[in-house]
Unconditional design. Structure first.
Length: 256
């Protein structure tokens, strides 16, 4: 949670989303590299090498774009987290990466090896579900990644004759709905958390203004306030009372 949240809950939520986009980047990139490597090994010999190389180049470009957006946003002013342009940049980069995984998923229509096909389903659907989880703080970004990624696999499953669905199709029917529900619930919780944080900051600011007003009023009137803690026998003096007694700020004398 951001410490210095803006007073407007929508601005605070925007700032939190921008911050989390940057934090989610390392895990997302590592997962992409690992899954891409496994799929390249599984598809080698079943897909033309040039096709795999072109797809790997496209994936590298999409990953580099997300890193570039992160570096540009990091180099901007600290207030950049409340600038909606950065969230839009992150979303566009995420969409490009989702389209890249959609291209990988489309290879399922040309792969003839059941083992490679199953691994492709597991890998691509896993990336879609992972995006719904790691980007759950931003529904638009999560869907921009997951929907294109999963679409070719879903199309393949729907086009299969009845009774000939691969066992890996269960991953599509079970994992994606669960991840989608988790994403929806996660963003709702985050919105509530950010709104509560903003409300707490407002209450703290209102209390501080009230205390400052009381202290200024006491300074003008030449009086100070105090209270005693019966359990510890300590006196809690207002700032002006401490000044009247010549005591340093924060002093808590005892009745003893």
């Amino acid at each position: 949670m951001i410490r210095d949240a803006p007073d407007d809950p929508s601005q605070a939520f925007l700032a939190q989303q921008t911050l989390l986009h940057a934090r989610a980047l390392p895990l997302s990139q590592v997962a992409s590299l690992v899954v891409a490597g496994l799929l390249a090994l599984a598809l080698h010999g079943h897909v033309a090498n040039l096709t795999l190389l072109l797809w790997a180049a496209l994936l590298g470009c999409s990953m580099a774009l997300r890193v570039w957006v992160r570096r540009r946003q990091r180099a901007a002013a600290p207030a950049s987290t409340t600038d909606p342009r950065w969230r839009r940049h992150y979303r566009r980069a995420v969409l490009l990466q989702g389209l890249t995984w959609a291209a990988a998923g489309a290879l399922i229509f040309v792969v003839d090896s059941p083992w490679s096909r199953d691994l492709l389903i597991y890998g691509v659907v896993g990336m879609a579900a992972g995006a719904l989880w790691t980007l759950s703080f931003d529904r638009v970004a999560a869907l921009a990644y997951a929907v294109p990624t999963a679409l070719p696999i879903l199309a393949y499953v729907l086009l299969q004759p009845h009774g000939q669905l691969p066992a890996s199709a269960l991953v599509v029917t079970l994992l994606l709905p669960l991840a989608l529900y988790a994403m929806w619930a996660s963003e709702a919780r985050m919105r509530a958390s950010v709104a509560q944080r903003v409300q707490q900051l407002r209450q703290t600011a209102d209390l501080q203004r009230a205390l400052d007003l009381v202290d200024r009023t006491g300074t003008v009137a030449g009086v100070g306030g105090w209270e005693v803690d019966a359990a510890t026998r300590r006196l809690h003096l207002s700032p002006h009372a401490l000044r009247l007694l010549g005591l340093p700020p924060g002093t808590e004398p005892t009745l003893d």
